[in-house]
Design a protein around this ligand. Structure first.
Ligand SMILES: NC(=O)C1=CN([C@@H]2O[C@H](COP(=O)(O)OP(=O)(O)OC[C@H]3O[C@@H](n4cnc5c(N)ncnc54)[C@H](OP(=O)(O)O)[C@@H]3O)[C@@H](O)[C@H]2O)C=CC1
Ligand SMILES: O=C1O[C@H](COP(=O)(O)O)[C@@H](O)[C@H](O)[C@H]1O
Length: 590
């Protein structure tokens, strides 16, 4: 299967009435004229050119155009003409018997996350046949936008990952047009109940021919408006024909108190069952694989404890700063942005006991248990940093404080390293070293497990420096997903010299033909399927904030100044001193 990651051809702009255009060629080389013919035929017959019965498409509200496929001519059908409305109803009726309908609403539809992650994920799910046959996507935000402009916005970020045409399947451009036909934009305020009622009316209209509906609301909005939006959605837009589920984005508060307030406010409108707190790191392929690796391979089971593991490192680095998000970031800092959620979740999955089953509650029971066993974090076990500007080869890399949205003199850390301990029988005394930073020398996320030395000194003289001879298991989460194990090996030949080599599972070579899904694809699909394994339960959240809040309070109250490190460097020296206090070397500094 060919792997393609290419942007879609731009959509034609939404200008009305018999407009003649040039003839752009789509990613597959077919002109829009030809595609128009296919689309026109499909609209007429309900069948694809492969003869497969397709779910009929529900036309978008607002101005509707039909492509006739002749000289790129578009005929303006006016604002939801009667015929189109009938066709729309007929489409919904035709899929009415085909299982449950999905109505997916993106609140904050004009925003960054929606464009970067949510629409591409929804499209990929549709493309791969993972969405229910009958679905609609509603974008909701305050911005004034037509449905056509909304579709154009979505088109900017869609890519065709798999070229089905080479497999005899549907091609990307056709799929995307089908997808766009399911997208509708509704403008509204976040605190006006009447606007939510209007959204509900629109959905009810589209759902009227189906008996079972699932509504999913994605709160892709700033945390300051989580509560009013959840309230209005819950009060005005609850599904009357099935379940309503709400996806809440991080940050879930900024400390224990605000998190509790948020939880209570959401809980007064939505049950815990309906609430999906997303942490997209849990949707990453190698994080999903952690439990598989641990619990399905007997060779790891006896080693996974304090007797064999010397330390565990969980590292996150980005090679760019807070560009454009400084205002948000300064309110949170790197500990809240990355460590309290993404890295702690990884740690919990790494260190938890084997769950009774793969059931969501069993897994989350084990995660929360291990977080509750963690020792309070000592300030002495923490190193903080903030990036400063750098001029290299005539290019200027900005300091964090150069961002105009960041308050002058801010002490907000853009880097943190810390040693955590789990006071239970399995992990007693093993340092878990967490490190996260922005504007470092590379973008990478990984787990490193450094094992103890083999006892005895049989090969001592031939092994070189001590820290080079322990086994190290590396799980590289991104980029270039991989699992590799450093082992000692005899250098081939007549001598007796040892060196380190790797047993190497590179996903690209082992699973080259498989395109890894984006984390958001997996997580959105899980919400649709009602699988909560990869979502944060309220008691997990509470335990995570209990662990980090005292440290965050201290950092803020004592106004602890972060150590400056140059943009694009490996971070502050303090992180190395911290590791050396535990007789550890960061594994990612090679
Ligand atoms: N962007 C990212 O990479 C990530 C984002 N997140 C989280 O996802 C959520 C959405 O993020 P993102 O898309 O970046 O957010 P944006 O800042 O882009 O906001 C989304 C939309 O919300 C509306 N909005 C913005 N500010 C306000 C405000 N003060 N009052 C009312 N409405 C406002 C705007 O729409 P309009 O004005 O049209 O209503 C905007 O398009 C946030 O909770 C964020 O923390 C989490 C991980 C990564
Ligand atoms: O949640 C967040 O994650 C991104 C990093 O996500 P990734 O999947 O690209 O590794 C980070 O840039 C952002 O600051 C943070 O809010």
């Amino acid at each position: 299967m060919a792997l393609l990651a290419r942007p879609l051809a731009p959509r034609p702009s939404a200008t009305p009435s018999s407009t003649t255009r040039s003839t752009p060629v789509n990613a597959r080389g077919r002109t829009r004229e030809a595609r128009g013919g296919i689309l026109a035929r499909r609209l007429g017959s309900g069948a694809t050119r492969d003869g497969e019965r397709m779910p009929p498409l529900v036309g978008a509200r607002g101005r509707v155009r039909a492509r006739l496929g002749v000289n790129e001519t578009f005929v303006d059908l006016g604002v939801v003409a009667d015929g189109v409305e009938e066709e729309r109803e007929a489409n919904v009726r035709a899929t009415a018997g085909e299982g449950e309908m999905l109505s997916f609403v993106v609140f904050g539809a004009s925003g960054d996350l929606a464009k970067k992650k949510i629409y591409p994920a929804l499209f990929a799910l549709y493309y791969e046949g993972r969405l229910p046959k009958n679905f609609m996507i509603y974008g909701y935000a305050r911005s004034k936008m037509t449905t056509e402009a909304f579709k154009d916005k979505i088109a900017e970020s869609l890519t065709c990952r798999l070229d089905w045409s080479k497999q005899g399947g549907s091609d990307c451009a056709q799929k995307s047009e089908e997808f766009f036909d399911r997208c509708v934009y509704v403008a509204g305020q976040y605190d006006v109940a009447a606007d939510f009622k209007a959204l509900d009316a629109q959905m009810c209209e589209d759902e009227k021919h189906v008996s079972a509906v699932k509504r999913v609301f994605y709160l892709s909005i700033p945390p300051s408006i989580f509560v009013p939006v959840a309230q209005n959605a819950a009060r005005e837009c609850q599904c009357k024909k099935g379940d309503t589920r709400v996806i809440v984005e991080k940050p879930f508060g900024r400390d224990l108190t605000s998190s509790r307030e948020l939880t209570a406010a959401l809980a007064s409108e939505l049950s815990e069952e309906q609430t999906y707190r997303i942490d997209h790191y849990l949707g990453k392929e190698l994080i999903e694989n952690l439990t598989v690796m641990r619990f399905s391979n007997i060779m790891f089971q006896p080693l996974w404890n304090r007797n064999y593991i010397r330390n565990v490192q969980i590292n996150f680095s980005e090679d760019f700063g807070t560009e454009g998000r400084g205002g948000y970031f300064d309110h949170y800092g790197i500990i809240r942005d990355i460590m309290q959620n993404h890295l702690l979740q990884i740690l919990a999955l790494f260190a938890m006991e084997e769950p009774a089953s793969l059931n969501a509650e069993d897994i989350r029971d084990e995660k929360v248990k291990v977080i509750r066993c963690m020792r309070p974090i000592e300030m002495d076990n923490v190193a903080l940093g903030q990036y400063k500007g750098r001029l290299t080869d005539g290019r200027k890399y900005p300091a964090y404080l150069d961002d105009e949205t960041v308050p002058k003199g801010s002490l907000c850390p853009t880097f943190a390293a810390m040693a955590l301990f789990i006071d239970n029988a399995r992990w007693d005394g093993v340092p878990f070293l967490l490190k996260a930073g922005k504007a470092l020398h590379k973008r990478q996320a990984e787990i490193r497990v450094q094992f103890r030395h083999a006892p005895g000194n049989l090969y001592g003289e031939r092994q070189g420096r001590v820290e080079h001879v322990t086994n190290e298991l590396v799980i590289r989460i991104q980029p270039d997903e991989a699992i590799y194990l450093r082992i000692n090996n005899k250098v081939p030949g007549l001598g007796q010299r040892l060196d380190q080599t790797v047993l190497d599972l590179q996903y690209k070579s082992a699973y080259g033909q498989v395109q890894l899904p984006d984390a958001y694809e997996r997580l959105i699909l899980d919400v649709i399927n009602g699988d909560k394994r990869l979502f944060i339960r309220n008691d997990e959240l509470e335990a995570a904030w209990k662990l980090f809040t005292p440290l965050l309070d201290k950092i803020e109250q004592q106004k602890i100044a972060p150590e400056l490190y140059p943009y694009g460097s490996r971070g502050p020296i303090g992180a190395h001193y911290l590791a050396s206090r535990f007789n550890v070397r960061w594994g990612d500094t090679d």
